[in-house]
Design a protein around this ligand. Structure first.
Ligand code: PLP
Length: 392
């Protein structure tokens, strides 16, 4: 085959040649079916999700007039997610992931309060809010978090004022899986008549199943009257193929704020609620199918296994000399760091672990493992063995 670094080759090649060349080019990259990814919030997609995805690859839900049944399927899927999150009248859209969902939530808030720009949020909030603020010229008022990873409620409430456009809370922080005191923040949202967006990109497919799995779950969803929108990512703990995100609004009123009318499409005039135009219909079909394939019981089992493995990892880390576990896991996220007197710092530890093939996430002062469905006990044991050797 021709070298393609110069541009698209003049002549096309046979499929076997192309696939062979591609395989060689990507050889050595990590995959979720491998045994080394410990720091990602994504996971190996459920086989049904992958199968359905492939089958409906040619569907563009951005032009829903072409696929009215798919549009209905998207409504049903958002309806299922809404019910999971405590609303029977939820509306929204399937999107590319948490970043787009958070952006849409802030965009909808901005359209309702054009004269305001202040967003109150925990400093643990995902960097997608920094992107959103940059794009929309918003002022982020970041509130520090406490030792347990939850936002300092007193400082959060004190920061709300007449300039505030929207409140943001996180249900499952990226670093530690912590859940902010959302009940109290919801009360403040109601009192100030402000929208409250909850980023449950990660927690959305964990928290609703925790109680049935035998763990305590804090309130975070539409059962709290002040919550107006929620980000939930099927491509994280929902076990769907990437990309699969969702922005779920409490009701029609909250959802229409992000609408844009489009008139020229082949399927006819429509109102889009997303930032992107052309959208993967395959991801809608794949989410719907995965929710039906796994059912509530399937998700409870997934969460129970991930939590058991998280507690196992946490206990092993606590009994290992040379490392400190940051906080007791509230979800399937475990943070740890080398104990202070060790000569190795978290950056160096992450580098040495990567040298042995382990891909973990590095946050200021600690490393983090997300104990996803692809993370087995065997994998954790192999990791702990390497960690012990490095730290010794
Ligand atoms: N919100 C939270 C809490 C996250 O942890 C993440 C990603 O890890 C996002 C949003 C962004 O999601 P995505 O990478 O799918 O855009």
């Amino acid at each position: 085959m021709e070298d393609t670094t110069e541009g698209i080759p003049l002549q096309g090649s046979g499929e076997a040649d192309v696939l062979g060349a591609l395989g060689r080019k990507l050889e050595g990259d990590l995959s979720f079916s491998g045994e080394r990814i410990l720091g990602s919030m994504c996971t190996l997609p459920h086989p049904t999700s992958a199968k359905v995805y492939e089958h409906y690859l040619d569907r563009n839900i951005g032009d829903p007039g072409l696929h009215p049944r798919l549009q209905q399927l998207e409504r049903e899927t958002i309806g299922m997610l809404g019910r999971l999150l405590g609303s029977r009248s939820a509306e929204g859209a399937i999107v590319t992931g948490g970043t787009e969902a958070n952006l849409i939530a802030l965009w909808a808030a901005k359209r309702k309060h054009r004269e305001k720009r202040k967003v109150v949020l925990p400093e643990s909030a995902h960097f997608s809010f920094d992107k959103a603020a940059d794009i929309m010229d918003l002022d982020l008022c970041k509130i520090p978090v406490e030792d347990d990873g939850r936002v300092d409620l007193k400082r959060y409430l004190e920061a709300i004022d007449d300039k505030t456009m929207v409140l943001v809370a996180v249900a499952g922080t990226t670093g530690l899986g912590a859940v902010d005191p959302i009940t109290e923040i919801s009360d403040a949202a109601t009192a100030w008549k402000l929208p409250l967006h909850v980023d449950a990109a990660f927690g959305g497919f964990v928290l609703p199943f925790l109680a049935e799995a035998g763990y305590t779950a804090p309130a975070f969803d539409f059962s709290l009257p002040g919550v107006s929108s929620i980000t939930i990512d099927p491509h994280k703990m929902g076990r769907c193929a990437i990309p699969a995100g969702a922005i779920v609004f409490r009701n029609h009123d909250a959802a229409v704020a992000s609408e844009t009318e489009v008139s020229y499409l082949a399927g006819g005039k429509t109102r889009q609620r997303t930032i992107v135009g052309t959208r993967s219909g395959a991801s809608v079909a794949s989410i719907w199918a995965t929710l039906h394939r796994l059912g509530r019981k399937g998700y409870v089992e997934t969460v129970a296994t991930c939590m058991e493995n998280s507690c196992y990892l946490y206990d092993r880390l606590r009994s290992m000399s040379g490392v400190d576990a940051v906080i007791e896991p509230q979800m399937n996220v475990v943070g740890f760091s080398p104990t202070k007197h060790r000569r190795i710092d978290p950056d160096e530890l992450a580098r040495r672990l990567r040298g042995r093939g382990w891909a973990l996430s590095l946050f200021p002062g600690f490393l983090r493992i997300t104990v996803m469905p692809h993370v087995s006990r065997k994998m954790l044991d192999a990791f702990l063995h390497d960690l012990e050797e490095i730290i010794a």
